[in-house]
Design a binder for this molecule. Structure first.
Ligand code: C2E
Ligand code: CA
Ligand code: CA
Length: 706
């Protein structure tokens, strides 16, 4: 078969010259003709496969130079040009080459030279084209990193060339990257991916022997010599970098690592193992990294069985609602319950949520299952109301996945309306770790749910990283604390102190507390003594089927704990004694914090935490009048603002927030926000809790933001 001829575009205003050129070329090439630059562009638009251009420089309308300039910026930039210049016009040659011509030939034409130069240029350009295509074929267009194909290929080569070196394949991605994309937009998502690519490039500079690339979406890989310490450091570094990347959103990466035992294994298989390991982290709070272990295969198989069965189980109502009553600790009578799921499996019997909920959380099915549970509870509440029973709130669990559903509030309001359930009867339990993931997002969702009339409970408070500090910032209605989150025996002095303090603080903030996992009478007595409102646990009742719960509460008028504010006004001084556990707790508040006694327009600190001392340089002088200590850093006017806020808090017993300028080292001035909360009274003095936050903006001497 005859080879298809390359096409040459001749741009030349003189017809005789065009004819000469056609004669020289037409044996080997297809020839197209243009009389000037403008003409040439029109032809380029219509003939997509022109291999080279022979360009006369001197032409009417658009000369050769102008044509070159435009072409360089156009879609035809890659087509090689040979400029045709008058004999010995060195300036013209130089200018044409400068403007991007690949070569030049002087007139008059010498056929053999012309053909040779043309061939050279075409071969060179084809070579570039192939290289370009190869680049596109092997690289990710967004980040410029190797793509999957090339990464696998290069990794294979690297392993082959270093048979005595032990390697590890590290695969990582971003948890819920699609949520990040939805929240911040795709452009921002792309920016994050490029940031990660840049990070990888930097890492690779310290690891001379490595391959890395973007496998797909948000999945990246690096293959490098196996060194657990180095990998640990890289992971930590990546987590830090990502934590700082967007301070409004916690970007959590997940690392799956496969230590390669045999370089002959297929790279695809190695990658699958690293992926299995990464999947083990998903849905586990603060778990970033997992090494592949053979038993993961087994787990994945089991997980696959669950995944295969789940939709059918939902359709055939194998998921069952159990209720665990909550008790009013004062009356020791039931008040409401928590809905807990069970899977009544046709072959395996009754399955506990621990065996399947984590799987659903990983694959997103939890959204459907949670909705099913919420609907079941609404149906139940509806029936009880119809039957004229005494109805107390039932709480449902809400997996964090739901929090990112933009229709969440609508979904829930539609449900309660459909079943005519008063909203205060459907309570929502949200786990603390979900708050900690993304406090900003969470706060918005929680507020929207509360605005819609729902009660939001923070489940498993104390399991995560929140200090007492978060109690203040998070707008929950109820706290649930699990006895199991107290380290070791709940009976130790330390644990008793922690519980006392948390329950008292919650009380002062008027947030009811439910203690979960209460198993003994001794625990009950202790919780009563410190003023805990509600309990839930095996001591009173285990989770039970609905009918059993109905018999349990039959004939009982379910009553909530009376308002907590009665014991709001008297504070026993003992809690602020020098107990080291209390100190420890108070110091866990990261910002400066203090508890003041306030009387007759003057105040002094009962207790301050370490960061308060650091901030105000208070040192030994805790006993000194707080006003004297402050006056080192606060101006007279600022001092008046603080005193006024304290007075207002003492009088109204409400939270007050004030801001005032504070002198900073080096003569600069910053704004300080002081949150004041009324906590109670000792004799005639009021006890006020103060939390200090330095606002980041600097201000000038007049107090205006810079
Ligand atoms: P959770 O929300 O913290 O629920 C409390 C768990 O503690 C329940 O386990 C309950 O049976 C158990 N428990 C209650 N009292 C005691 C006690 O005195 N001692 C001990 N040792 N345990 C006690 P369960 O039912 O196995 O549920 C486990 C977790 O599964 C739940 O923890 C919750 O996170 C999740 N879960 C259960 N149902 C659902 C649901 O419908 N949706 C979602 N998203 N998660 C659910
Ligand atoms: Ca719960
Ligand atoms: Ca819980």
């Amino acid at each position: 078969m005859e080879r298809e001829k390359f096409t040459i575009l001749v741009v030349e205003d003189q017809q005789v010259n065009r004819q000469i050129l056609r004669q020289i070329l037409q044996g080997e090439y297809e020839v197209l003709e243009a009389e000037n630059g403008l003409d040439a562009f029109a032809i380029l638009e219509n003939h997509k496969r022109i291999s080279a251009i022979l360009l006369d420089i001197v032409m009417p309308f658009m000369d050769g130079y102008t044509f070159l300039q435009h072409k360089q910026k156009s879609a035809f930039a890659a087509i090689p040009v040979i400029a045709v210049t008058a004999e010995k016009d060195e300036a013209a040659e130089q200018k044409a080459l400068d403007l991007g011509a690949w070569d030049f030939i002087p007139k008059p034409y010498r056929a053999n030279i012309l053909l040779l130069r043309l061939k050279n240029v075409i071969v060179r350009s084809q070579f570039y084209l192939i290289r370009e295509m190869q680049y596109v074929y092997e690289h990710d267009p967004l980040t410029g990193l190797y793509n999957r194909t090339r990464f696998f290929m290069s990794t294979h080569k690297m392993l082959e060339c270093h048979p005595n070196q032990s390697f590890a394949l590290v695969r990582f991605d971003i948890d819920n990257f699609h949520i990040y994309n939805t929240f911040w937009g795709e452009e921002e998502g792309d920016r994050l991916l490029c940031f990660i690519a840049e990070f990888l490039r930097r890492v690779s500079r310290d690891v001379p022997l490595c391959t890395y690339g973007r496998i797909s979406g948000d999945v990246f890989c690096i293959c490098q010599p196996y060194d657990e310490t180095v990998i640990g450091q890289q992971v930590e570094h990546a987590c830090q970098q990502l934590a700082h990347y967007n301070t409004d959103y916690l970007i959590e990466p997940t690392f799956g690592i496969y230590v390669i035992p045999d370089a002959d294994e297929k790279i695809e298989t190695m990658y699958e193992f690293a992926t299995l390991a990464a999947k083990e982290c998903k849905g586990r709070y603060m778990s970033y990294l997992r090494y592949y272990q053979p038993k993961m295969n087994q787990r994945i198989l089991q997980e696959q069985v669950i995944i295969n069965e789940m939709q059918h189980a939902l359709d055939t109502q194998q998921f069952v609602l159990y209720l665990q009553p909550k008790y009013n600790l004062k009356t020791e009578q039931p008040y409401g319950a928590e809905a807990l799921i069970r899977w009544q499996h046709p072959e395996k019997g009754l399955l506990m949520p621990g065996t399947f909920i984590p799987v659903f959380e990983r694959n997103g099915f939890i959204g459907k299952v949670d909705y099913y549970m919420w609907e079941s509870v609404c149906q139940l509440l509806h029936r009880w109301i119809e039957e004229g029973k005494s109805v107390a709130p039932i709480s449902v669990n809400m997996s964090r996945v739901n929090l990112y559903n933009p229709n969440l509030v609508q979904l829930l309001t539609d449900l309660v309306e459909k079943y005519q359930v008063p909203r205060h009867l459907l309570n929502l339990e949200l786990t603390e770790s979900a708050y900690m993931d993304n406090p900003g997002v969470m706060e918005k969702t929680v507020l929207a749910l509360q605005d819609a009339g729902f009660t939001v409970m923070m489940d498993d408070f104390g399991s995560g990283y929140s200090s007492l500090n978060t109690l203040k910032n998070i707008p929950v209605n109820v706290l649930k604390i699990d006895m199991k989150f107290l380290s070791g025996d709940s009976d130790t002095v330390r644990n008793k102190c922690i519980l006392t303090l948390v329950i008292r603080m919650a009380g002062w903030l008027e947030i009811p507390v439910i203690m979960e996992g209460v198993e003994t009478r001794k625990q009950v007595e202790f919780l009563k003594s410190i003023g805990c409102g509600y309990v839930q646990g095996y001591y009173f009742a285990k989770p039970m089927p609905v009918t059993e719960y109905e018999s349990l509460v039959a004939g009982i008028t379910q009553l909530p704990v009376e308002s907590l504010s009665d014991n709001h006004d008297h504070i026993s001084q003992t809690i602020w004694s020098t107990d080291p556990q209390i100190d420890l707790l108070f110091n866990s508040i990261k910002q400066p914090a203090a508890i003041y006694e306030y009387e007759n327009n003057s105040f002094h600190a009962l207790r301050v935490n370490m960061s308060y001392n650091d901030y105000f340089g208070y040192g030994e002088a805790i006993g000194e009048n707080s006003e004297q200590a402050y006056s080192r850093q606060l101006s007279r006017e600022a001092m008046a603002v603080v005193l006024d806020a304290l007075r207002q808090t003492a009088e109204t017993k409400h939270e007050t927030v004030c801001t005032c300028p504070i002198k900073n080292g080096g003569g600069s001035v910053k704004m300080l926000q002081i949150d004041l909360q009324y906590w109670g009274a000792n004799e005639n003095t009021k006890v006020i809790f103060a939390l200090f936050t330095e606002l980041s903006r600097e201000i000038d001497a007049c107090g205006a933001p810079k």
